[in-house]
Write a protein that binds this ligand. Structure first.
Ligand code: COA
Length: 150
């Protein structure tokens, strides 16, 4: 995990980047939310990944943090498409996706360690995003945008 985080930080460049975001709730660190893109200036596409610690799951926070990441991608970075993928058995991840408006975008077979997994791809456009009833507040966007060449 640490190697992955350091690789993302070291590889951060305008052509290929992963924003590594932390999630705090009631002053407690509870998880991570990433936004990733390659050739963003041309493709205008991001993908996301998320993780919440066990005690914070199932409370609506996974949906809220993905909605925040998508609001940032669509409204600040001007992304047009967001993609996501999860093992077909990951009902929570795919449940969050469905409730935010993502549509199925194919299934492929992958090998994770020794396990063969069916992976469901889903896809969302800015127009079909089921927006939250709150507005995202962002600090520090200008520096990020400049660093990413946006
Ligand atoms: C995936 C994860 C981030 C989801 O967050 P969460 O807080 O548990 O999910 P939420 O409580 O926000 O659920 C949000 C939506 O998904 C739906 N959902 C949750 N669990 C579901 C299930 N088992 N089946 C169907 N829908 C489900 C909820 O009904 C809700 O939709 P709604 O608002 O329309 O009712 C979290 O469970 C997690 O960190 N899991 C472990 C790590 C992981 O699997 N990460 C993703 C790897 S691809």
């Amino acid at each position: 995990m640490a190697r992955w985080y350091w690789r993302c930080r070291a590889g951060m460049a305008a052509e290929s980047w992963t924003l590594l975001l932390g999630i705090w709730h009631n002053d407690e660190f509870i998880g991570c939310q990433d936004i990733e893109a390659k050739n963003f200036a041309s493709l205008k596409t991001v993908s996301t990944g998320s993780w919440l610690k066990k005690g914070a799951q199932g409370l609506g926070l996974g949906k809220e943090m993905r909605a925040a990441a998508l609001s940032y991608a669509f409204d600040y970075l001007n992304a047009e498409v967001a993609t996501f993928e999860a093992a077909i058995w990951n009902k929570e991840s795919l449940g969050v996706s469905a409730s935010l408006g993502y549509e199925p975008n194919g299934i492929y077979r992958d090998q994770w360690g020794t396990d063969v997994v069916q992976v469901q791809r889903v896809r969302l456009t800015s127009g079909s995003f089921t927006r939250p009833d709150w507005k995202l507040k962002v600090e520090g966007h200008e520096a990020t945008a400049q660093f990413l060449g946006l």
